[in-house]
Write a protein that binds this ligand. Structure first.
Ligand code: BGC
Length: 379
């Protein structure tokens, strides 16, 4: 039997409706789980920058931009299930271009300080830009945090994942060797942001990559009441420009002891010579050999917990001591002193000038590899 014209129109209409339904279902599914890429603006050189929004099975959201491979937002539920952003950042490129203290950034080639911006490697002395008092900090004037990275969505059985790559030429910011670096962010279905770094170099060069996320587990106010645990019996004491003296000292009996959980603010005023707050490198117990518990922080008010693990031997615990209310970020949050804490996985500061510290030198033929995970939960 031949279908009549009216029947054919009806079938076509049903098919069209079906297609519309399917596409709305699949775009909803994409928003629910997976990766959505959107434009984030342009740098002052006119380079286009994207934002990748990752959503995992339980609806946790992490956003990363190709500018600086920066983690811009992380939305997790509090103990009542209400979701909110728990990291500092901006929702547009302009915020980052105006200047900021490494919010969420991928920092390199060398995170933290190099004394006087100088080091000698294989008999040659290198001079870097001095951008923090007398020292070089966080990779120099234009570190990896200010590069536009290439990005691609990758398949991972663990959850939505995006890979960022960057080529740093020989002599970049004064460092020897051309370095190719890859950073893979995965928002796992176990509610972790996992950051995996690899790098190779054409010449021996120091390398010390980190992520500089500022956490505020309730989206407002200071972090002094949060309970912090740091899995470290020792730290690296510093001079008054925050360069390690070279010794490794016990935290026991000092305001640096977080081997038992207690409020960040409890002993903050007792810190010798640094009334501003914590800005110290801790030597992780058993660290540097594999993924090791580094720290755990709990906000009694929101119930949120973040637990950190890393393969690095050290972690910089920093309490946003230089935030001064001049920056306002996502959600209109005005960032004041002690409104965040950072846990920066790293080799110890100024390692390149301290032969007794674990080496941060990457040589041709070797592969740098670093994994850090921040896992979110509530209690
Ligand atoms: C440093 C601080 C610095 C902050 C922002 C931290 O890693 O230890 O001294 O102010 O980064 O640059």
């Amino acid at each position: 039997m031949k279908p009549t014209a009216s029947k054919m129109v009806a079938v076509a209409a049903v098919m069209a409706l079906g297609a519309m339904f399917m596409s709305s279902v699949s775009s909803e599914a994409a928003e629910k789980q997976g990766v959505v890429k959107s434009a984030f603006g342009k740098t002052t050189d006119g380079a286009a920058v994207d934002l990748y929004t990752l959503t995992n099975k339980s609806g946790i959201v992490a956003k990363i931009t190709s500018y600086g491979a920066i983690l811009t937002e992380v939305h997790t539920p509090d103990r009542t299930g209400k979701k909110g952003n728990i990291v500092f950042g901006f929702d547009n490129i302009e915020g980052y271009l105006k200047g900021h203290p490494y919010f969420g950034a991928t920092v390199g080639r060398v995170a933290n300080r190099i004394a006087k911006g100088k080091f000698t490697l294989e008999g040659k002395e290198y001079s870097l830009a001095v951008n923090n008092g007398p020292n070089s900090l966080h990779g120099g004037i234009k570190g990896f945090d200010k590069a536009v990275w290439k990005a691609s969505v990758v398949k991972s059985g663990d959850g939505p994942s995006v890979k960022f790559t960057h080529h740093s030429p020989d002599g970049d910011e004064g460092y020897p060797g051309a370095v190719d670096v890859t950073v893979v962010y995965t928002l796992t279905n176990k509610n972790s942001v996992r950051i995996e770094y690899t790098a190779t170099s054409t010449k021996a060069t120091p390398i010390n990559l980190t992520n500089h996320t500022y956490f505020n587990l309730r989206g407002e106010g200071d972090v002094l009441g949060y309970e912090m645990l740091i899995n470290a019996d020792n730290y690296t004491p510093v001079d008054d420009t925050l360069i390690p003296t070279g010794s490794i000292s016990a935290v026991k009996g000092t305001p640096l002891d977080f081997t038992y959980p207690h409020a960040i603010g409890e002993h903050i005023k007792e810190l010798p010579g640094d009334p501003n707050g914590y800005d110290h490198n801790y030597v992780i117990n058993g660290g540097g050999k594999g993924l090791t518990l580094t720290a755990r922080c709990y906000d009694p008010q929101s119930g949120r917990v973040v637990e950190m693990q890393t393969t690095e031997p050290g972690v910089q615990f920093y309490t946003g001591n230089f935030l001064d209310g001049t920056l306002t970020g996502v959600g209109g949050f005005n960032y004041q002193i002690h409104d965040a804490f950072c846990l920066e996985a790293q080799h110890y500061p100024d390692s390149i000038n301290h032969p007794n510290f674990p080496s941060c030198v990457l040589r041709p033929g070797q592969k740098y590899h670093q994994v850090t995970e921040y896992t979110f939960s509530t209690k």
